[in-house]
Design a protein around this ligand. Structure first.
Ligand SMILES: NC(=O)c1ccc[n+]([C@@H]2O[C@H](COP(=O)([O-])OP(=O)(O)OC[C@H]3O[C@@H](n4cnc5c(N)ncnc54)[C@H](OP(=O)(O)O)[C@@H]3O)[C@@H](O)[C@H]2O)c1
Length: 267
């Protein structure tokens, strides 16, 4: 992986082993190095949280192929994906993505276990599933056997029998909306009350669009996949458009095998 931005320090011109263009970084980074590159900033703002999204998109803007993100991803993308999970207190995912991608509980990573302990975090981030219908298979390991209980974020009008089914499976149900659905800003407040301030969302596009329009997204880690798919796949954020495009600034840019790993923060 190579760092393109901020630009790496120029190698000494007299050292023939190093070459030019920051070649000393052109190797597989360890998880610890990636974790340092993606460290969460101090949360600011009204809730004391930092909401980061991690998404992958093709060159022509597709956020999935054949209904999944795997065909447009890469090994390096999965390393970044794993690193971002390892840094987060909680991973927020829409029920559509959880169903479509067959979400499983987060895996503990030995290399980053000590870093999590010293940051006051549990062994893995909790997965928080956002759902109005609660039409989720609560017999899956995501609900029955995670290392830390899975959260289910829903609205106050959610079906009581589905709430009971979630709780019987071992999930913790968090009400974060007055109707059937979840209010994005309220969801972040509810997670902060549970002590989760380093937040990561993995989409999908319908959920991410709501975080964007609610103005609560702090950072986007976007992998640009060097592929073209055409077709009518979703983009990384959907739903109603914002009135005025929201401006983000580039914080860092890494590259491996033509995949760009960008990190943008709100302006
Ligand atoms: N490229 C990427 O990085 C990436 C990332 C993630 C996913 N994906 C792809 O995106 C697709 C799935 O994404 P999607 O946009 O269709 O679905 P999604 O955003 O993952 O999930 C939509 C579902 O989440 C629940 N939901 C969303 N907003 C809610 C709210 N405010 N209150 C309560 N529930 C809410 C609803 O669940 P209920 O129906 O249960 O009520 C809704 O049907 C898949 O093809 C996946 O592969 C791509």
């Amino acid at each position: 992986m190579r760092r393109l931005f901020p630009v790496p320090p120029a190698p000494p011109a007299t050292d023939p082993a190093v070459g030019s263009g920051g070649a000393e970084t052109d190797r597989e980074w360890s998880l610890a190095e990636l974790a340092a590159a993606y460290a969460y900033p101090e949360p600011d703002g009204p809730r004391g949280t930092w909401l980061r999204a991690n998404m992958v998109s093709t060159l022509d803007g597709a956020a999935q192929h054949d209904g999944r993100s795997q065909p447009i991803s890469s090994a390096a993308d999965m390393r970044v994906f794993g690193t971002l999970r390892a840094l987060a207190d909680v991973v927020i995912a829409g029920a559509g993505t959880v169903r479509q991608e067959g979400y499983r509980p987060a895996r503990a990573r030995a290399e980053l276990a000590e870093a999590r302990r010293s940051a006051g975090q549990g062994p893995v981030p909790a997965i928080a599933v956002v759902s109005a219908s609660l039409e989720l298979d609560f017999s899956l390991p995501l609900f029955t056997s995670p290392l830390v209980p899975t959260l289910v974020l829903t609205g106050a009008a959610a079906a009581p029998d589905r709430i009971a089914a979630a709780e019987r499976a071992g999930a913790r149900v968090v009400i974060a909306g007055d109707g059937v659905g979840v209010d994005p800003a309220r969801a972040l407040g509810a997670l902060a009350e549970l002590g989760h301030t380093r937040l990561l969302t993995e989409g999908g596009p319908r959920l991410l669009g709501q975080f964007v329009t609610a103005g609560v997204l702090d950072e986007l880690c976007l992998t640009v996949s060097p592929m073209l798919t055409a077709g009518d796949a979703q983009r990384i954020a959907g739903g109603p458009a914002v009135e005025v495009p929201r401006r983000f600034v580039l914080a860092s840019l890494l590259e491996e095998e033509g995949f760009l790993f960008s990190r943008y923060r709100r302006d």
